[in-house]
Write a protein that binds this ligand. Sequence first.
Ligand code: HEC
Length: 155
Amino acid sequence: MTSQQDKSRARRRRLVLALASACLVAFALLLALLHDPAAAGEAATSAAYRAELAIALEAPDWIIGEKLSAQYECNACHMEGDGSTAPLFAGLADAAATRREQLDAEQYLYEAIVFPSAHLVDGYTDAMPNNYADRLSPTEIGDLIAYLKTFHAEA
Ligand code: HEC
């Protein structure tokens, strides 16, 4: 075997190795994307939201939602203060339908609670806790959505 053949074989081996690691990195990135709730929220279709919402909104009770809003500190960021920490709930019932073209009001509110990082309201940072999906039951999320839908602009 000539040294020329040796060299080209080594080159081929390096090329195969480089390709294999590139594939691995691409695969890892894909996995990370699939497991990132923000990315999942972004990719979710309104059909997916409708299915989950159907469960959440079987018998929503806004009065329970109002209590949950105090209990889970939604009010601390969204009701108290001047709206610089978080958008105030005032007017949200009407604004919710206009925030995201592909989501109706209830779908948007659901996404805002369950995947807060999927979409940020203009002018705000990604400061909302992103663990409410673990802390609240689907029924409680439905109650909160019903409560948020009581905030009309003129109220
Ligand atoms: C630590 C502060 C904080 C807490 C606690 C918090 N949020 Fe938020 N929330 C934010 C911020 C900041 C935004 C704006 C950025 C964004 O869109 O995620 C936001 C956005 C939202 C929006 C979208 C509002 C709009 O005008 O479109 C909804 C709905 C919402 N939060 C509901 C809730 C509910 C319900 C709770 C309690 C279960 C809660 N938040 C708790 C900080 C908070």
